[in-house]
Ligand binder design. Sequence first.
Ligand SMILES: Nc1ncnc2c1ncn2[C@@H]1O[C@H](COP(=O)(O)OP(=O)(O)O)[C@@H](O)[C@H]1O
Ligand SMILES: [Mg+2]
Length: 351
Amino acid sequence: MPDNALPPPQMLHAWGLAGARLSPLGSGLINGTWLVEADGRRLVMQHVNPMFAPAVNDDIRVVTAHLRSKGLVTPELLPAADGNYWQLHEGGTWRLMTWVAGTSHERLSTVAQAQEAGALLARFHRALDDCRHEFHHARAGVHDTARHLANLRRALAEHRSHPQYAAVQPLAGEILGLADALEPLPALPERLVHGDPKINNILFDPATDRALCLIDLDTLGRMPLPLELGDAFRSWCNPRGEDDQRSAFSLELFRGAVAGYAAGAAGWITPAECRAIVPGTLTIYVELAARFCADALNESYFGWDASRYPSRSAHNQLRAASQLAAARSLLDMRGAAEEVVRSVFGAVSAA
Ligand SMILES: Nc1ncnc2c1ncn2[C@@H]1O[C@H](COP(=O)(O)OP(=O)(O)O)[C@@H](O)[C@H]1O
Ligand SMILES: [Mg+2]
């Protein structure tokens, strides 16, 4: 969960920013993120979540340089006065990066935004296709769905005395039941992907609503494409966002997102990857529901909003219920969603 500790003076000093103005930035769930203003410049300082080893920054540097060489906009890490791209302070890792003049959205409201997001993700994937970097910091099993489901079962077994157990148990039962009903995804080759392309990891130009760049690059790595696309579409196509029990899948936003992606990725994405987009999206909904639900008992991973919810468990229960509702909604329109994929990619390929 994010640690909202202010950047300490030693860290500001390390980057020659003593006396800079600080304000909290965005609503990330993982890192502590601060806008740093000094000498008319804007920069972003982050307290990196301890789940990421400092070596993650070496990977980010290689990949952002690759993106920039292909003409993509990206935040880039800035060296401290001692030449290092991160600093350790009282056991925590801090880093500084360039600020990109854009805003993130918690949910999409227009088809045009979905198209923009899809086109940006396709540009990102294609730009990285020839990047041969061996990652220093690989997060094994990010989308190992079976492992996430096992974690939920373990949390249920270990936290019977949790004050919220009676509320969490039936929710967990529904998530595990739905997981059992989903068919396994086909084995597909790995691609270099963002790893967390949720909607608030895209910066949009506030004036034009063009998608500018992907941020939050701690989860870069290789995985089968439908897991990355499933993670994107489960987030982008849920207009109620992650904190609403009435979440539902929007076929309109999906059509826009797939069309934007297809315009850039047709001829590159394979037919087998296309066929796995909808199953991949369902899988990620269920997997994320399981992760939120497990944390409703473990209370150790996701940040939460204490101003809106009575407890961390309550916030995570709501998030789990939200992902579950969206999964059910997509299941109800599965045939139509699969037809969207077929028709959009068919039309782009034929053009
Ligand atoms: N380089 C940047 N330029 C502008 N805004 C940024 C930048 N990096 C992060 N942000 C803002 O801060 C928020 C949190 O940062 P992010 O890296 O996504 O952290 P988390 O891992 O906690 O999600 C983003 O959603 C975005 O609004
Ligand atoms: Mg983020």
